[in-house]
Each structure stands twice: as structure tokens, then as C-alpha cells.
Design a protein around this ligand. Structure first.
Ligand SMILES: Nc1ncnc2c1ncn2[C@@H]1O[C@H](COP(=O)(O)OP(=O)(O)OP(=O)(O)O)[C@@H](O)[C@H]1O
Ligand SMILES: O=c1ccn([C@@H]2O[C@H](COP(=O)(O)O)[C@@H](O)[C@H]2O)c(=O)[nH]1
Length: 238
């Protein structure tokens, strides 16, 4: 049987991917389908940390955030990611996957605080750790949180699960003539402003020699393919 090529990974899940076909919010069926893909790699013995985005909830409250102080809106965005983390943990529990939520913002009544050593211990025990509230700081994104937590937990790769199947020469949703890269260097991704991830996230991964794989969470089996070392999506490396 094929063996995983990674022992520990950091999976970044787009918040917007949780909406399914809804306008915003959390679509339970979509979450369950994502959880099954994660379960597949957990059952192979891969240790999985997850950073979850907040776009699905934040989009719904965006009109209220208009004109608001940027830091306040960002804290709201971070709280949205905690809701997603809780929904994901609940869906994992129902699928028989042990998961813990750790929050970068202190909200101890709903989630334990982010403690690096404890997160690593959970991973070693085979539990999925879901990191909520991004980095805990405004003016950042959950992509940067994924790069940061990935480096902190000593993951071998950051897996960016999104709505498109890799990195393109331009946003494929806006430019149908855009073509997909199989491989791209950090410098090219940053210099060409390939917006699938923000420059802070790319730069941190580049400096810490942390490879990134970008793939579609809606493509059945894509996550497992990457774990088995097969060609899938786009790989960003030095
Ligand atoms: N060069 C590019 N290649 C691929 N996708 C791109 C590119 N430029 C922009 N995009 C867009 O970036 C989006 C990926 O961002 P995604 O929504 O997954 O991230 P996010 O902002 O981290 O998540 P969230 O939904 O939680 O806010 C894709 O849906 C795609 O339309
Ligand atoms: O470290 C962080 C992470 C996130 N935010 C805020 O949350 C929203 C949602 O995150 P996405 O990465 O867009 O999914 C983001 O727009 C920020 O407003 C943050 O401030 N700090």
C-alpha cells in the first residue's frame, strides 16, 4: 500500500470553501465532505494541524464592518474563524476524528488558548488541532497564521486548500485565459503578485524553507494525492 510522504502537515482551509453553494455561512454537507477528506489522511497516520479562514462568515457581516476601525473589523474576522473552528471540530467528532480547538484570542469559555507545546502533544497523540483566531493580531490573515503555525509545529508542508485547483498566472475566476503552474518559486509568486496567498505568508514560508501546496478542496482525493507524493495542484518552493 502507498505510504504518506509527510508525517506532519499544516492544512489551511479557506473559510469560503465551507459555504458550499450558499451565499455565506457554514454549509453542513460541505463541512462533512471536507472532514471525510481530512479523516482519510488522519487514518493513514498523518498528523494534521488546521488553520481555518473566516471569509464565509465575514462576508455576511461585511456591510456592518464598512467604515469601521480596521482593527475592530479584523478582531471580528478572527472571531469568525473561531466559529468555523468549532463547527469543524463538531463535524470531526461526528465523523469519529478526535480534534481540539486552540484559539489565538483568549476566549477560554469556548476554546483553550493556543499553547504550542500542548498543540504538538495533541498532534503526537493523533488528534487534529484546529487553530482558531488566526495569528491573534489585526492586520494579518489566516494564510499568514497558517505559515506561522506550520513553522511553529514543525510541519513539513503547508497545504492550502482552496476553491481553485492551484496557482494560476492570474486569478482564474477573473481571467479565463490564465494558466496553472505545476511549480512556482516563492520569489516568482511574490514578484508577480499571484494573489492566492498574501505576500506575508509567502515570505515567511520562503524564509523558513516551508514548501506550500495549493489545491482544490472540492476535488475528491486531491488531499490524499498530495500526502502520497503524487502531482497535484501547484507546489511553491525555493
Ligand atoms: N494567481 C492566482 N491563482 C489562483 N487563485 C487566485 C489567484 N489570484 C487570486 N486568486 C483567487 O484566490 C482565491 C483563493 O483564496 P481563498 O478564498 O481560498 O483564500 P482566503 O482568503 O485565504 O480564504 P477565506 O475564504 O477564508 O477568506 C481563489 O478563489 C482565487 O479566485
Ligand atoms: O491573523 C489574523 C487572521 C485573520 N484576521 C481577520 O480575519 C479575517 C478573516 O480571515 P481570512 O484570512 O480572510 O479568512 C481577515 O479578513 C482579517 O480581518 C486578522 O485580523 N488576523
Amino acid at each position: 500500500m502507498a505510504q504518506p510522504v509527510f508525517k506532519r502537515v499544516l492544512l489551511k482551509l479557506s473559510g469560503e470553501a465551507l459555504m458550499g453553494d450558499d451565499a455565506y455561512g457554514i454549509n453542513r454537507e460541505t463541512v462533512n465532505a471536507i472532514v471525510l477528506q481530512v479523516k482519510e489522511i488522519v487514518d493513514m497516520g498523518v498528523q494534521v494541524g488546521i488553520v481555518i479562514g473566516g471569509g464565509n462568515i465575514f462576508r455576511g457581516i461585511a456591510p456592518a464592518a464598512e467604515g469601521m476601525d480596521r482593527a475592530t473589523a479584523d478582531y471580528m474576522g478572527m472571531l469568525a474563524t473561531v466559529m468555523n473552528a468549532m463547527a469543524l471540530q463538531d463535524a470531526m467528532k461526528h465523523a469519529g476524528v478526535a480534534a481540539r480547538v486552540q484559539s489565538a484570542l483568549n476566549i477560554e469559555a469556548v476554546a483553550e488558548p493556543y499553547i504550542r507545546g500542548k498543540a504538538i502533544r495533541y498532534l503526537e497523540e493523533g488528534k487534529v488541532v484546529i487553530f482558531g483566531a488566526g495569528t491573534g493580531n489585526p492586520f494579518f490573515t489566516t494564510d499568514t497564521a497558517a505559515a506561522l503555525r506550520g513553522v511553529e509545529i514543525d510541519a513539513e508542508i503547508v497545504l492550502k486548500a482552496t476553491k481553485v485547483d492551484g496557482i494560476y498566472t492570474a486569478d482564474p475566476k477573473k481571467d479565463p485565459s490564465a494558466t496553472r503552474y505545476d511549480n512556482v518559486s516563492f520569489d516568482e509568486a511574490i514578484n508577480k503578485n499571484l494573489k492566492v496567498m498574501d505576500a506575508t505568508a509567502f515570505t515567511l514560508c520562503r524564509d523558513q524553507k516551508m514548501p506550500i501546496a495549493v489545491f482544490s478542496i472540492f476535488k475528491q482525493g486531491a488531499l490524499k494525492s498530495i500526502i502520497l507524493g503524487e502531482n497535484e495542484g501547484t507546489r511553491v518552493e525555493a
